[in-house]
Design a protein around this ligand. Structure first.
Ligand SMILES: Cc1ncc(COP(=O)(O)O)c(C=O)c1O
Length: 361
């Protein structure tokens, strides 16, 4: 499997030998509103932070999770994006054999492999809309393993696996780790009830959260892992110091008060998702999968090669995430990030205007 993230239109433009106008990028799953306006307004205040070493414990990040999710500081380990923690966990936990539900985010496997763990994939299928496996199947799959990785909502399928199903498994297998990535949870309408962050802390449950997607701050790098204080203490001992930079830590104090921005984000994305689904339904040769997140997984069936569509979109200044490098999605799957109604309309029009004559003139 090729290691690749979204947001690289230049490589596809080069691959197709195209020069096009500026690209509207639907391949990266960030909040299309951009960062909360208050960050820009107060930006100059953060300048002072560049001189001093930042707080080693990420005090601002912990304060955010405490205020927003009512999590005690002893249960939080901040990270330089959730990525730092995805890589820290298998190393510190000493994982030997992990189960990864796929298709899912590449870095669960990469981080596990780098820590020396063996990987057992548990594939979900499009025929069942990539639904979470039944408990019996999970029980069999988890045999002999010491951890399960999964995302909720899962990237790139968009499913929000049942919170209860995961908690039941965590309770049933107290000796195994359950590492649940909730990087996109705040895009979900009733996120505060549905997130595992509002469940009781369990010794074997680790919840990853990211602040880079929802607050559109991928360049700032902010996230955290939430779990029992014993494991958080172990992780903290091993983690490199100062990985949360001073600016990132300080601007976290502004985030818990961004209610209007947060509500607007969820309302607009919800509306835009419904609008996109109505239109996608009518476009010949595209199948989409229901999503709880700010992105939608689709499959291209109009021709036998997704490149035909990717090229057509790039010519129209639009870029989507080619998902063929995800195991299980080789058959012409792609993912679109939900943007504004106006941007989504551009995408819908471009998808609908594909003509077979472009390939067979
Ligand atoms: C499912 C998922 N988890 C985690 C991450 C890492 O996010 P970050 O390190 O920016 O918090 C990503 C990034 O794309 C992602 O898609």
């Amino acid at each position: 499997m090729q290691y690749q993230h979204g947001g690289s239109p230049q490589s596809d433009l080069a691959r197709f030998g195209l020069k096009t106008p500026p690209i509207l990028d639907f391949s990266v799953n960030l909040n299309f509103l951009g960062p909360p306006p208050i960050i820009k307004q107060r930006w100059m205040e953060f300048f002072d932070c560049i001189v001093d070493y930042p707080d080693m414990g990420g005090r601002g990040v912990k304060g955010y999770y405490e205020k927003k999710f009512r999590i005690a500081q002893k249960n939080i380990l901040p990270g330089n994006g959730s990525t730092e923690l995805i890589y820290l966990l298998p190393r510190v936990l000493g994982l030997k054999k992990v189960v990864i539900i796929i298709p899912s985010y590449h870095d669960y496997a990469r981080a596990s492999r780098q820590a020396g763990a063996q990987i057992s994939y548990l594939p979900l299928t499009p025929d069942h809309n990539f639904a979470f496996p039944e408990q019996d199947k999970m029980t069999v799959a988890l045999q002999g393993s010491d951890a399960l990785w999964c995302g909720r909502p899962n990237n790139p399928t968009g499913n929000l696996f049942s919170r209860q199903a995961i908690l039941d498994l965590a309770d049933k297998f107290p000796q195994k780790w359950f590492i649940i990535d909730e990087a996109f949870i705040q895009f979900v309408g009733n996120y505060s009830e549905t997130s595992l962050l509002s469940s009781e802390i369990r010794p074997n449950l680790l919840i990853l959260n990211s602040l880079t997607k929802f607050y559109a701050m991928a360049g700032i790098r902010l996230g955290g892992v939430i779990g029992h204080e014993d494991i958080i203490t172990r992780l903290r001992r091993i983690k490199e110091p100062w990985s949360i930079n001073g600016i990132a830590d300080r601007l976290c104090y502004l985030l818990p008060n961004c209610f209007p921005y947060e509500d607007k984000t969820r309302t607009l994305i919800n509306q835009a998702r419904m609008q996109l689904e109505i239109h996608l339904e009518k476009i010949e040769g595209i199948k989409f999968f229901p999503s709880a997140a700010n992105f939608i997984l689709c499959q291209w069936n109009r021709t036998d090669n997704l490149d035909h569509l990717l090229r057509h979109l790039l010519i129209n200044g639009l870029y989507v995430r080619d998902c063929r490098n995800f195991t299980g999605l080789e058959n012409n799957f792609f993912r679109i990030c939900i943007r504004s109604l106006k941007d989504n309309n551009l995408l819908i029009n471009a998808l609908a205007s594909f003509s077979i004559k472009e390939i067979f003139p």
